[in-house]
Design a protein around this ligand. Structure first.
Ligand code: DGL
Length: 267
């Protein structure tokens, strides 16, 4: 098999925020996506367990001989990236560093908010990365209910997600942040709602999108772009029931995934 696929993975649907961006910036590339829907959420679990899950996820994807890997999950990027890099020689890109760079560049008043899972916020990974770039004030908040809400399709203004989001964002709004990192790749699915709550003067940095842009840069710099004129096949794997994912993912990617999502067992 020629190494000509990009592997993307997450605990569930969230990594599709990166896939959507890859479709737009690298439309000729074939993507193999893995979402560990049977074990989502990861962000409330211990670092050891997240690392174990992450290794199993990548091990599964390495069968497809990817030429590059995008860890499209803030949680795994925050606590398992170095570990994952030891498993393969191909570039393994996370979302933390690219999103931190985008936020450090975007802030005007030097106040950056970070929303992420419990494990991500506890790791301090975004904060450390931002502070290595610029001396800024960082206000972090973990949002454990966001991932289950997104996985169940509660993302609209009229849904229960709205009142949860008002609560999770209160500290950041009071602090007057002008830039907020959506540090979990599920959160951009709540973007319309969060955009309304923060208002148009606050820049929302999409970690999935920034990770995808970084991956595109790496392919370009390492001359790994495909020679094919167009993408021929995208593969989607999940570890739990296919229908739910097919429906939500299809809606989100704006494409019909009927019959294209397969269930697998790992670990
Ligand atoms: N999309 C994952 C992230 O970026 C969600 C983690 C979870 O499953 O809790 O952190």
């Amino acid at each position: 098999m020629i190494k000509d696929r990009i592997a993307v993975f997450d605990s569930g649907l969230g990594g599709l925020t990166a896939v959507r961006e890859l479709f737009s910036v690298l439309p000729r590339e074939n993507i193999v996506y893995f979402g560990d829907t049977a074990r989502v959420p990861y962000g409330t679990r211990s670092v050891d367990l997240i690392r174990r899950f992450a290794r199993q996820d990548l091990e599964f994807l390495l069968q497809y001989e990817p030429k590059a890997v995008l860890v499209a999950c803030g949680t795994m990027s925050a606590v398992a990236l170095e570990d994952l890099r030891t498993m393969t020689d191909v570039p393994v890109i996370g979302v933390v560093s690219p999103a931190a760079q985008a936020a450090a560049k975007a802030t005007r008043n030097g106040k950056i908010g970070i929303l992420g899972t419990a494990a991500t916020i506890q790791s301090g990974a975004y904060e450390a990365e931002i502070r290595s770039l610029r001396p800024v004030e960082v206000i972090s908040r973990s949002c454990p209910l966001f991932v289950p809400l997104v996985e169940n399709g509660y993302v609209g203004r009229e849904s229960i997600a709205y009142s949860v989001a008002l609560d999770y964002t209160a500290l950041l709004r009071e602090a007057g942040v002008d830039t907020v990192i959506l540090g979990c790749t599920h959160y951009p699915l709540l973007r319309p709602l969060l955009g309304e709550i923060f208002g148009e003067n606050v820049v929302l940095v999409d970690s999935g999108r920034e990770g995808a842009l970084e991956l595109a840069n790496v392919l370009y710099r390492q001359n790994l772009q495909t020679q094919k004129p167009f993408a021929t096949e995208h593969l989607y794997f999940v570890t739990d029931e296919v229908d739910h994912f097919t429906q939500l993912a299809g809606m989100f990617l704006n494409s019909n995934l009927e019959g294209k999502v397969r269930k697998v067992e790992i670990g």
